[in-house]
Design a protein around this ligand. Structure first.
Ligand SMILES: CC(C)(COP(=O)(O)OP(=O)(O)OC[C@H]1O[C@@H](n2cnc3c(N)ncnc32)[C@H](O)[C@@H]1OP(=O)(O)O)[C@@H](O)C(=O)NCCC(=O)NCCS
Length: 148
């Protein structure tokens, strides 16, 4: 069977895609730490810009961006389906979110990177600026930023 490997990157635009988007977030960022369903969303989702990489009508990666002041955007909830990790999907979603941030006036992106994702963000031009949260008491984060 022919499989399309080049994803479409866009904001989810159907009920099915939104469902997949939040499910992927839960499966990758919450379930492995026994967090409750519902813990994968927060009130800022309603006013954020969301990006997803879609292959064969399936969301394989997602992330979101929201402005925290007129010149600064924060990226959160970057998640790639385990079988698609390391294949450029996270990079494409991040690029999409950076472009959207730029369109909305952001000059800088900030984020809290999980320890395992720090090298990914370094590869994408981010620098470490400080210690971040210890999520669920076990996942250390570093604050990182990039001028866009
Ligand atoms: C971290 C994550 C978002 C990266 O997305 P990805 O699709 O796997 O990464 P990509 O293939 O787009 O990019 C890989 C790039 O980062 C580099 N990299 C280094 N360490 C890496 C790591 N641990 N994981 C992925 N990429 C890494 C690669 O060398 C590559 O660089 P290049 O583009 O210059 O070749 C994804 O692996 C993921 O969802 N991980 C689990 C959840 C998570 O930790 N999310 C981040 C929360 S802050």
């Amino acid at each position: 069977m022919y499989t399309e490997k080049e994803p479409i990157v866009k904001c989810p635009d159907s009920e099915i895609l939104w469902e997949q988007y939040y499910k992927l977030r839960y499966e990758v960022l919450r379930k492995p730490w026994q967090q409750e369903v519902g813990s994968e969303t927060d009130p800022s989702d309603e006013t954020s810009t969301h990006g997803a990489a879609i292959i064969n009508n399936e969301i394989v990666a997602g992330g979101r961006m929201h402005l925290i002041d007129t010149e600064t955007a924060q990226v959160r909830y970057m998640a790639v389906s385990p079988i698609y990790q390391g294949q450029g999907m996270g990079g494409k979603v991040l690029q999409y979110l950076e472009n959207e941030g730029k369109k909305q006036g952001a000059k800088k992106i900030i984020l809290q990177a999980r320890e395992n994702a720090i090298n990914f963000y370094l590869a994408k031009g981010y620098t470490i600026t400080g210690e971040g949260i210890l999520l669920f008491g076990v996942i250390p984060h570093k604050w990182m930023e990039k001028i866009i």
